[in-house]
Design a protein around this ligand. Structure first.
Ligand SMILES: [Ca+2]
Length: 212
């Protein structure tokens, strides 16, 4: 698949994750169906009527109106879409909040959006969250700044790490070597390569909210 530069004017120059592929298909419905067949990677499409071009998008445009100055281009969100800015994986919607917050602040912030701190219940979900939201350690001033908070926290009553929203014990885990260290580090952050660490809950990280 090659990038179609004829659409460059409609796309953010930095939108390296936007184009999944270009497919020449007949009409808007075929374009949307093409997107549906590529779940969960495709969340929206750009379609141009005149040339019957269809671009599958990996993420939403938050300000998509600015890309539609040419009326022959149409923008469609997928059916059952997540809100703009949120991304879907396996019928859940996710959002990366890039403000640094303590675990508790992050929890409250997710709740304000009728969501909860991400609960990673499978290797697939861990891989998706990591590839979608977690920067490599060399892109942060200090490697552990490239962490995001999850909703996991150690429960003294359950003697285990528990997901805050569902209250389920974390059955799938992906601890980094020598983790969890405990010693007052009770909240689970996810970082380099999707490995988990337990950190002091008062540390400040970006965080991922999830909706059911
Ligand atoms: Ca630790």
């Amino acid at each position: 698949m090659k990038r179609d530069h004829s659409f460059d004017n409609y796309l953010q120059s930095s939108a390296n994750n936007v184009i999944l592929t270009n497919v020449a298909v007949g009409g808007r419905i075929a374009c949307v169906l093409e997107c549906q067949m590529r779940l969960p990677d495709c969340v929206a499409v750009l379609h141009q009527d005149q040339e019957l071009r269809c671009i599958l998008l990996r993420r939403f445009f938050n300000d998509w109106n600015s890309y539609l100055s040419n009326k022959s281009v149409a923008y469609f969100l997928r059916k059952y879409e997540c809100s703009p800015g949120w991304r879907e994986f396996n019928n859940h919607c996710y959002f990366l909040n890039q403000t640094m917050r303590t675990w508790n602040e992050a929890k409250v912030e997710c709740q304000r959006h009728n969501a909860y701190l991400v609960e990673v219940e499978s290797s697939d979900e861990n891989t998706w969250v990591t590839s979608t939201y977690i920067k490599p350690p060399d892109q942060c001033p200090v490697s552990w700044y490239c962490s995001v908070w999850s909703g996991g926290m150690y429960s003294t009553t359950k003697q285990n790490h528990v997901w805050q929203n569902s209250e389920a014990i974390a059955s799938y885990t992906n601890w980094d070597s020598d983790q969890p260290s405990g010693g007052g580090q009770n909240c689970i952050n996810i970082w380099k390569g999707g490995k988990w660490d337990d950190a002091f809950c008062g540390a400040q990280f970006e965080f991922v909210c999830e909706k059911p």
